[in-house]
Design a protein around this ligand. Sequence first.
Ligand code: DMJ
Length: 540
Amino acid sequence: MGLRSHEQLVVCVGVMFLLTVCITAFFFLPSGGTDLYFREENSVHVRDIYVREELRRKEQDALRRKAEEANPIPIPKPEIGAADDTEGRRIFVKQMIKFAWDGYRKYAWGENELRPNSLSGHSSSIFGYGKTGATIIDAIDTLFIVGLKEEYKEAREWIAQFNFKESAKGDLSVFETNIRFTGGLLSAYALTGDKMFLEKAEDVATLLLPAFDTPSGIPYSLIDLQTGRAKTYSWASGKAILSEYGSIQLEFDYLSNLTGNPVFAQKADKIRDVLTEMEKPEGLYPIYLSMDNPPRWGQHLFSMGAMADSWYEYLLKQWISTGKRDKRTKREYEEAIFAMEKRMLFKSEQSNLWYFAKMNGNRVEHSFEHLACFSGGMVVLHAMNEENSTISDHYLTLGKEIGHTCHESYARSATGIGPESFQFTSSIEAKTERRQDSYYILRPEVVETWFYLWRATKDEKYRQWAWDHVQNLEKYAKGTAGYSGIRNVYDERPEQDDVQQSFLFAELFKYLFLIFSEDDVLPLDQWVFNTEAHPFRIRH
Ligand code: DMJ
């Protein structure tokens, strides 16, 4: 039976309508619960933090499965609580190092760092954009000290064939290259006597030399190692940074001493001479300095933390590393710390917690950084080396108080791990309410201070605090194939940042291993640690 034309039109429209409905349903409706779940995961509309957490865990499980499939021999994962004596704890730390190293070796060999959950390489701007094996060079002395022999051998072979100049690309931080690369190689030489490391250390430091060609000798912050072109940070208004130009001397002096090539020590001495000549506002060192001749201070910002810290550390350690012969450095260190104690040391109102505040001109900011927690260890090291017992007692007390304050910043968080920076106000102490200050990136400074306190006092609480930190790292920072920073220490289920910093090996693992070792492993009257915890021999 034939249809009339208006009937044909109705059928046609009907068919098209049905088709449209089917196509829409096929493409846009969820095919099942799980699918909908994952579709939401990629959507920016998922605001509920618990849903996001759940999704993150699923993602991590998927990555873990991927890692296990790719790696038929499972990476050993030590269980929490496996160790209940000092030796057991030391072995536990060694297993952590092996776990983190195996992950790096498998997924990021030759890259600067590891993304322990994405199972790939990671780099940050301090390394330029080349693959320069920062983790291998930063870790090698730790591998040697803890006795991971096969791992050490493999790292040594990689370094022997490594050409820094060819591999480095873009602008590298002069400071970071010096403390991690020159420092790491120098300590590998100091520990093993293997000349290859010394030659490599000299190669790296030689590549940095063009950065010192400035009117005053105060070096630029960044350098392109292939062209030798150096510059300051774009945000620093043409100024150099105290912690950076001030943390050259230990490595450069040691290098000249070991090689007989005076050029490095001369560069470091020049910086020191310039600083000795400068007028210091009330004895304090501002963070910024111009590179003119003579140089001028920039804005009067003062801190014991970021952008200042290792300048003070190097004054003290330079005195110690010369077998206490360099009296001028000792005097300058004492004057600097005395001025900071006078102007910047505070005690909190409710809990009597001691901390160094920051200052902008005369304005005091009552906050203390994780980075600044190193100062506890520094003053304890001074106390251990000081002949005058009144001064020594004073600095031991100060060190204990700072170690305590920094411990409080850990104890007052949900994870037992301290934030990047914390404040002291009428309502909070040793905590932060600022989301942007709440992260932890595997920094070592707090454990570093407890390590010096352990060596100086033998008070078991420091070992216990370090062990607590080990367990918290296991709980919150352990990823699929290594350890990661966490984004919020106040979150009971913190998100990981997926970066295994190279200083985890150079510093945090080393201090943890040493705190559970006897004092004759790197005794402090024979070794001095650079700011990246690379040990150099003290000259006697
Ligand atoms: C390290 O690279 C060094 O300790 C440096 O002096 C400051 N910060 C990091 C670790 O936090």
